[in-house]
Design a protein around this ligand. Structure first.
Ligand code: GDG
Length: 487
């Protein structure tokens, strides 16, 4: 009999984090709880009824726990030391790749020691994947932290079908080319059979980078890849398909939650706690420089200054979830935002009437569903965002048909949510006008827009995303056609 720890699986997911969090109670008892998040929900639906393994970091540094089972899912922890966490995760992933892939909003930091650590950790993930993958298994790798894993897995296990999905944008080649290890990253990704991106432009950027930096041929949405160094006389060519598969949310689950009487009641209480204003404007973001919170506050501050809006009639609520607090750029951003909120409130709040409610906290799902229902106008104004799930959650949670969505053109979501009030967050005058339009348009106009938006998200939900990705992976050609091979 195969010992439970040596079992292998036909379906393997690899992501930086496992989908569970460890909780230690006062007596030292350990409990693993499913972490709330779209990826977990999406994967739950595709794993339904089949045994699968998930490879990822368990969320704390040092030795990793032994692999364990959570229902049908085998969880396979990958250890990261405190130094690796600093260099691979906070360093190379979040201070090199993240700013580089988000239009260089802040300058990326390049350190050779971070890169070496990224490579080493990617190898460890690849080994873990190979250990749990059965012969011919399907492997789905997630995100920018694991871009070398596809090729590292293929080298060891050519029998596997390998897919990778990028949750963040893929930058234009002019920016990508700044990366000292650009060729290694492209080769890493080309180990996959199928590469999924949020937008068609992201897939096109990737293919342009392959042409410019590796000299590969591309035919339609396929890259013809002849292996390391692109030696055209060498290894037999493979075809890698790169296409857009936009991620979405569990729309049914959220609608059901938002409709619960206790959530509807909670929304009423929240509105009362803000002083029952006529208009609540809302922002919900991880506290990240990509999300455009500073630009948004600039626009809101000016609208208060111009007298176009004022408390107690209008109030702005900003939830800024704590994020990456050990990275310098995030600490600086927090200080800037909190200084700006303080200044606006100093100038425009009155006793009992707050201009900006700033909440640097994490809320549970119910609270979020209630908060969305309180928002008359939702402000989603990132400078760059792979997709932005908050926009899709908002239109779904407003089951009463009310509300209005102001959405940045620089989000993946703007590709689909064309009925939102679209804006360019760099254009502060334009942003102010768009916010006012969303506040003042007729209820009929707003209802018309929200209905179209809700329908769109309902149709293209997270289940559809996962199904589309896996169908594309299963159909990926692997070998080029004769014409492609001779191009
Ligand atoms: C990356 C890409 C892409 C936020 N605060 C709380 C909370 N949230 C939830 C939101 C939403 C999620 O976190 C954030 O998702 P986003 O899509 O907005 O942004 P990123 O975290 O940057 O995610 C992004 C995404 O991956 C998926 O591919 O869309 O472009 O950057 O679900 O609701 N949830 C709870 N409490 C909070 O305080 N419960």
């Amino acid at each position: 009999m195969v010992s439970p720890d040596r079992r292998t699986f036909d379906f393997v997911i690899a992501a930086n984090r496992l989908p569970v969090d460890r909780h230690v109670d006062n007596d030292g008892g350990v409990e693993w709880r499913t972490s709330p998040g779209g990826l977990v929900t999406a994967m739950e639906s595709v794993m339904h009824g089949r045994e699968a393994a998930w490879v990822g970091w368990a969320g704390f540094p040092g030795e990793a726990p032994e692999p364990f089972d959570d229902d049908q899912l085998r969880l396979h922890p990958v250890p990261l030391s405190a130094e690796e966490l600093r260099d691979y995760y906070e360093g190379f992933s979040n201070d090199t790749l993240w700013p580089l892939y988000h239009d260089v909003i802040v300058p990326p930091t390049f350190h050779r020691s971070w890169w070496n650590c990224y490579r080493k950790v990617n190898e460890r993930f690849a080994e873990a994947v190979c250990e749990v993958a059965a012969e011919g298994a399907t492997v789905w790798i997630h995100d920018y932290q694991l871009q070398l894993v596809p090729a590292l897995v293929r080298d060891r296990r050519p029998d596997l079908r390998i897919g990778w999905f990028n949750h963040i944008p893929f930058p234009p080649v002019e920016l990508f080319s700044q990366l000292p290890w650009r060729r290694e990253i492209l080769r890493g990704l080309l180990g996959a059979d199928f590469l999924g991106f949020q937008r068609p432009d992201d897939a096109r950027n990737f293919m342009r980078a392959c042409r410019a930096r590796l000299g590969t041929t591309t035919v339609g949405d396929r890259v013809v890849w002849r292996g390391a160094d692109d030696d055209r006389l060498g290894a037999s060519p493979r075809t890698v398909r790169a296409a857009a598969v936009p991620i979405s949310i569990d729309a049914d689950g959220l609608r059901e939650l938002a409709r619960r009487p206790e959530v509807v009641e909670m929304a009423k209480e929240m509105r009362a706690s803000f002083g029952n204003p006529k208009v609540v404007l809302l922002g919900v973001d991880r506290l990240d420089y990509t999300k455009g919170i500073r630009h948004r506050l600039q626009a809101i501050g000016e609208l208060f200054e111009d007298g176009e809006i004022s408390p107690p009639d209008v109030t702005f609520v900003q939830v800024a979830t704590p994020s990456r607090e050990r990275v310098d750029a995030y600490r600086t951003l927090r200080e800037q935002i909190e200084a700006t909120v303080g200044r606006i409130n100093g100038d425009f709040s009155h006793l009992g009437d707050i201009a900006v409610h700033y909440l640097h906290q994490t809320y549970d799902r119910q609270d979020m569903a209630a908060l969305f229902q309180v928002a008359d106008v939702m402000l989603v104004t990132p400078l760059r965002d792979g997709m932005n799930l908050v926009a899709k959650e908002y239109v779904t949670a407003r089951h009463d048909g009310g509300g209005a969505l102001v959405l940045s053109e620089f989000t993946g979501a703007a590709e689909e949510l064309r009925h939102a009030y679209l804006c360019n967050p760099h254009d502060i005058a334009g942003l102010k006008e768009t916010i006012l339009r969303a506040v003042r348009d007729s209820p009929q106009e707003k209802t018309r827009r929200m209905r179209a938006l809700r329908r769109r998200v309902q149709r293209n939900d997270v289940q559809r995303w996962a199904d589309d990705f896996l169908a594309a992976l299963a159909a990926a050609p692997g070998r080029p056609s004769r014409e492609e091979a001779t191009e």
